[in-house]
Ligand binder design. Structure first.
Ligand code: HEC
Length: 147
């Protein structure tokens, strides 16, 4: 009886803590790897890196692969975000972080953007790694989605 109760308690704890761990890990990783340029709340830095928030994310987010591609392969070339021009480069993170970490970051960003939809999975990033892509192609995809 006691053992069964303990097992049940443990199962509840594990069930609860898995998504919580991913969410807090995503926030911590975003703070560590993205916030220097984009700020912890994703509001961006004038002249350096664009806000990651705004109405245009309804269209950019409609293709879930866009965010995955930018984080994995980078992005470069002029973009205009909320009326501001950015001409710098977004570094590719495929070489720095593993698929679990990249998925946690993307899911955290999706929450900051108040977008709904399933969480990003490590498999999304594994697929992006094995697909050809580069910063210029990410920009071409962006232009296509915002057309
Ligand atoms: C060294 C600064 C820097 C860091 C660090 C950085 N970014 Fe960026 N990011 C940029 C710049 C600059 C751009 C715009 C590139 C351009 O003008 O083409 C950008 C663009 C983006 C975009 C596309 C925005 C749009 O409107 O299409 C996303 C998404 C993004 N970054 C996410 C992230 C995430 C997530 C991280 C952390 C894993 C991160 N960035 C880390 C500088 C940075």
């Amino acid at each position: 009886m006691i053992r069964a109760t303990l097992a049940w308690g443990l199962a509840c704890l594990l069930g609860l803590s898995a998504p919580l761990t991913q969410a807090s890990e995503g926030a911590a990783l975003f703070a560590q790897h993205c916030a220097a340029c984009h700020q912890a709340d994703g509001s961006g830095t004038v002249g350096l890196a664009p806000p990651l928030l705004g109405e245009h994310w309804q269209r950019l987010g409609a293709d879930r692969n866009y965010l995955v591609q930018v984080i994995t392969q980078g992005l470069s070339g002029l973009i205009v975000v909320n009326g501001q021009r950015f001409v710098s480069s977004m570094p590719a993170f495929a070489g720095q972080l593993n698929d679990e970490q990249l998925a946690a970051i993307a899911t955290h960003l999706q929450t900051l953007q108040q977008r709904t939809g399933p969480a990003y999975s490590p498999a999304d990033f594994a697929a992006a790694r094995s697909t050809a892509g580069n910063p210029t192609q990410s920009r071409a995809l962006r232009m296509q989605l915002l057309k």
